[in-house]
Write a protein that binds this ligand. Structure first.
Ligand SMILES: Cc1ncc(C[n+]2csc(CCOP(=O)(O)OP(=O)(O)O)c2C)c(N)n1
Ligand code: SF4
Ligand SMILES: [Mg+2]
Length: 281
């Protein structure tokens, strides 16, 4: 035994040191990127409350992060996070969950939290499928893909989650893949200094339900595909929509501050209390 210890081990709850993820899953890369970003931003896990829904990605913070974590119901982590943020405005609130959880059953919460510009970071782990329940088609599944619930090929066009969030009002939007852990860490770190609704989409491999069933291959082959198909925001700006077909545009896609919801609510509350205390007449 060399006595080596993983540098992030102290952030993992001692009773939860066995991962629930399959070998090759991208969830470990996302977990490490989040923890590294928190360290690099000079914060501790005590500064945060994490919320997740139901699905494989929802197991990233829960029960592993040695922090306050709410492992909520399917589709509802943003609703819980909204309550946490209103009750504890000084806490950083981070939602980590899957594409199905956040854009299918939880799609309305995503849209309205972005519209309100609620101060929280949502990390959407997009593996293009419902991983945990057996590989069903999600709103992110590419057209034509054969899945458990679309054995003759998916006919539904998929969401561009980043465009959806930006159009709804998010003030910070970015996308990376699990092939880009360093860039992802940098962007996560940058987002921790923002106030408002931030969404970071991470395209991530599910070698078991996506790779094996759809022919995308092993974790290594999927990472290779992310490498070959990724195009930076800057390069994408000079490309036509035909040239961008099948590409993954990575980087910060939108960064524009605007009034934040909780701050405004606290201001309204203070002025309501003030007016009640003023003498009538
Ligand atoms: C109300 C409700 N509907 C459906 C389910 C079943 N269910 C659990 S996780 C899941 C999909 C998870 O997909 P995603 O959010 O993409 O996470 P992944 O497993 O791919 O990381 C579904 C449909 C549930 N638990 N609760
Ligand atoms: S089913 Fe897919 S997403 Fe879920 S843990 Fe396994 S590899 Fe990861
Ligand atoms: Mg998924």
């Amino acid at each position: 035994m060399l006595g080596l210890e993983h540098p992030l081990k102290r952030h993992v709850r001692p009773s939860a040191r066995r991962t629930a993820a399959c070998p090759g899953c991208g969830n470990g890369i996302v977990a490490q990127s989040v923890l590294r970003a928190i360290e690099q931003a000079g914060k501790t896990l005590d500064d945060f409350v994490f919320c997740s829904g139901i699905g494989c990605a929802a197991w990233i913070p829960s029960p592993f992060f040695h922090a306050d974590v709410l492992h909520t119901t399917h589709g509802r982590p943003i609703a819980f996070a909204t309550g946490v943020k209103l009750a504890l405005p000084d806490k950083k609130v981070m939602v980590i969950s899957g594409d199905g959880d956040l854009t299918a059953i939880g799609g309305n919460h995503l849209v309205h939290a972005a519209r309100r510009n609620i101060d929280m970071l949502v990390v959407c782990v997009n593996n293009g499928i419902y991983g945990m329940t057996g590989g069903q088609t999600a709103p992110t599944t590419p057209v034509g893909l054969r899945t458990t619930t679309s054995p003759y090929g998916n006919v539904e066009p998929s969401f561009d989650i980043c465009r959806l969030a930006q159009a709804a009002g998010a003030s910070f939007v970015a996308r990376w893949t699990t092939f880009h852990p360093r860039q992802l860490t940098q962007t996560l770190k940058a987002s921790l200094g923002k106030r408002g609704f931030s969404l970071i989409e991470v395209i991530s491999q599910c070698p078991v339900q996506y790779g094996r069933r759809t022919g995308a291959g092993t974790a290594v082959q999927m990472l290779q595909q992310y490498k070959e198909n990724s195009v930076s925001v800057r390069r994408a700006a000079g490309m036509s929509s035909q040239e961008l077909a099948g590409k993954i545009v990575v980087g910060v896609l939108h960064d524009e501050p605007r009034p934040e919801f909780v701050e405004q609510m606290l201001r309204v509350r203070a002025s309501a209390l003030d007016s009640r205390q003023r003498p009538v007449g």
